[in-house]
Design a protein around this ligand. Structure first.
Ligand code: MV4
Length: 677
């Protein structure tokens, strides 16, 4: 086994590889870009080397530089993760030339699977089922059209050099063929520098089912069952699961055997994934066809780990070090059901626009880690693979994935319930995320009944993007409670906030109005009235109804609110005037319209603070001699049935209080003496 490896990647996959290396006693070398100096993957490795500026082309894609770092640090092998250099045959070759082990398949296998037409020709020879089509060298338009007519429409044109959905055209009828062919070839030459295309029958409602394979250098090869990755959006997977719902033992074996045949046909070594589409349209029974082979460890490998109890990175390291596969096919067992959700910094309501920013607050559901028991691990109920921590940035330079949330259950329903529960416990502030979208997706009719195909998200658009509901009174009570608790805490002794702020006690008839705007804007503004009743109890008014309210802060964000006779537990994260309320698995974003922000109400000149209009003092929040910070509320007066908060115009000290609660003041009256500084 290696004693030191270099991990040529970043984010969660670099952390994932480092974790297994540590478990096996292998030292790790991280590489990082200038944007990643403080990244989690750098901290996860034993040493780290800066390789260039943030853009991947100037850092993580610099194969030669990374090889030089491996040699300089004494690493014996390079793990490429996924993306970046993972499916680059030239890089695999360069590693070998430098005397380094590329932890992945031989360059020849990467190359063989790199061309769709060449791969299909090889698969045909190996008796791997192919979609009816043409993948030969004849690229004449008339000939290809005849082939399409023979296959029958609709057909799909695919760039031979393409992948992951790029360079594809659906053609509905013969008359449209030539124009689609020309357009497909244009895109292919521009994107891949090769205009070769192939023609296939287009399956209208396919499922994406892929088989995890593993081969060693003796030529042994096994399959680690399947994953269903049908739930995707624009060729980006969103949910993945294992096993595939409805898969019979017989079909599993047939697909597994086909995948092993595919791997053997290209002399595969290491971890690979053979992608199939399965046809369940118009009463089809799930016939499956080879699509492509991904010659790397995939993002969604954890669902396979969960159902097999195996560590696939460990297998990769063992095989790369020349060991045999740890288990034979008969020894592999499929256990329970696993689902993975990809949590992204993106805005589903705005066309899934990636969100850039800082994870200001991050709370994850409790994860239960692997229990390693020789080769077999007890599957945990919840696993989170992530490359970021609270305080880290999601930058425009890399994939905006925040984490992979992977759950396990004894069957699909149990896994689904775990997923729903785990998503409901996730709390992220600072960036838009797809968590709400994932919750609706997981709970939706189509996914929960396993009515899967690659069009699931589009077909269920209306259910996945419901119109916004107004915030519940419980949600508003949580935001209000945090605000009141913080004001009390700011004004006096934190242990017993009420004791110190006698001036806070309000005239029973006075209603303080708090305005919250809903993030969504069109959900409008909420006006919440609060009235202090003494003894730490309040009356909360909303839309003419009154509710008894008392609250208890149990931690920074944890609140327990009694609203009438109901106890409401939730979390509120305050970011300036924005209150993020997490309650019953929902995340509401409420913007408080802070009256202090309207500086017009506060007048101060040379340390004098004066009443903006005639009125009555209803609260005195400070004492003589107190130091205050700029913006701290000092006095509250009531005038014209509204409250006006008098705030500190700067940091300073209260020299003298000139009025007490209940006093009437005239416009322009000096309320207190204040020395800034
Ligand atoms: C297809 C297909 C239907 N019929 N081929 C998309 C990416 C590439 N891996 C293969 N893809 C497809 N090939 C035929 N003959 C539908 C897709 C497809 C798809 C496949 C897997 C996962 C998601 C997909 C989304 C749209 C289309």
């Amino acid at each position: 086994m290696f004693s030191k490896i270099l991990i040529a990647n970043r984010g969660e996959i670099a952390c994932r590889v480092a974790e297994t290396a540590r478990k096996l006693g292998i030292k790790t070398v991280a590489v990082y870009s200038e944007a990643d100096a403080h990244a989690k993957h750098v901290a996860a490795c034993d040493e780290a080397v800066l390789i260039g500026p943030a853009p991947a082309k100037e850092s993580y894609l610099l194969g030669d530089k990374i090889i030089a770092v491996a040699l300089a640090t004494g690493a014996q092998a390079i793990h490429p993760g996924y993306g970046f250099l993972s499916e680059n045959a030239g890089f695999a070759e360069a590693c070998a030339k430098a005397g380094l082990v590329f932890i992945g398949p031989p360059a020849s296998a990467i190359h063989a699977m790199g061309s769709k037409s060449a791969a299909k020709a090889l698969m045909e020879k190996a008796n791997v089922p192919l979609v009816p089509g043409y993948h030969g060298d004849n690229q004449e338009a008339d000939f290809l059209q005849k082939e399409a007519d023979r296959i029958s429409y609709p057909v799909l044109l695919k760039a031979s050099a393409g992948g992951g959905g790029k360079g594809m055209r659906i053609v509905e009828k013969s008359e449209d063929f030539k124009a689609a062919l020309a357009s497909c070839k244009r895109e292919a030459i521009n994107s891949f520098g090769d205009d070769k295309v192939l023609v296939e029958r287009y399956l209208t409602r396919p499922r994406h089912i892929e088989i995890q394979v593993f081969a060693d250098s003796r030529g042994e090869c096994v399959y680690l069952f399947e994953r269903d990755c049908s739930v995707q959006r624009r060729h980006q997977k969103v949910l993945e699961e294992a096993p595939a719902p409805g898969m019979s033992e017989e079909r599993r074996r047939a697909m597994g055997d086909a995948a092993v045949a595919a791997a053997k046909a290209v002399g595969y070594v290491g971890a690979g994934t053979v992608e199939f589409i399965a046809d369940y349209s118009n009463g089809e029974d799930g016939s499956f066809y080879f699509m492509e082979m991904n010659t790397r460890l995939q993002v969604e490998h954890p669902v396979t780990e969960m159902i097999t109890g195996l560590d696939l990175v460990e297998w990769q390291l063992r095989v790369a070090a020349g060991e045999n596969l740890p288990l034979r096919q008969e020894q592999l067992q499929l256990n329970g059901h696993a689902i993975e959700a990809r949590i992204y910094a993106e805005n589903p309501e705005k066309g899934f626009l990636p969100a850039i920013g800082t994870l200001r607050y991050l709370h994850t559901p409790p994860a239960v880690h692997f229990r390693v028991d020789s080769h077999v691990q007890t599957p945990a109920a919840v696993r989170i693979d992530s490359g970021v921590r609270e305080g880290d940035a999601i930058s425009p330079f890399y994939d905006p994935m925040i984490a992979k949330l992977i759950v396990w259950g004894k069957d699909r329903d149990a896994a689904l319930a775990n997923m729903a529960a785990a998503l409901a416990q996730y709390r992220i502030v600072g960036l838009a995320t797809n968590i709400g979208f994932l919750q609706r997706l997981v709970a939706g009719q189509a996914f929960s009944t396993a009515d899967l195909d690659t069009g699931l998200i589009e077909r269920n658009h209306d259910a996945l993007f419901p119109t916004l509901q107004p915030a519940s009174t419980a949600t508003l009570a949580l935001a209000t409670s945090l605000l009141l608790a913080q004001e009390a805490g700011d004004a006096g002794d934190a242990r017993d906030p009420w004791a110190q702020t006698s001036g806070w006690r309000m005239n029973g008839s006075l209603l303080r109005v708090l305005r919250f705007a809903d993030e969504a804007g069109d959900a409008g503004e909420y006006r919440i009235g609060v009235e202090y009743r003494g003894d730490q109890t309040w009356i909360l008014h909303r839309d003419g109804a009154q509710h008894g309210l008392c609250f208890e802060r149990q931690g920074d964000t944890d609140l327990r609110v009694t609203l009438d006779d109901n106890i409401v537990a939730g979390n509120v994260v305050r970011d300036g005037d924005i209150f993020h309320v997490f309650h019953q698995g929902r995340h509401a974003v409420l913007t408080w319209d802070d009256p202090l922000a309207h500086a017009g109400h506060v007048e101060s000149e040379g340390g004098r603070l004066t009443a903006p209009m005639p009125g009555k003092i209803v609260a005195v929040l400070v004492e003589k001699g107190h130091g205050v910070t700029k913006g701290a509320p000092l006095l509250i007066m009531e005038a014209m049935k509204m409250e006006h908060t008098i705030a500190a115009p700067a940091d300073g000290v209260i020299d003298e209080l000139l009025y007490a609660v209940g006093d009437q003041v005239t416009e322009g009256a000096q309320l207190l003496a204040f020395t800034p500084g």
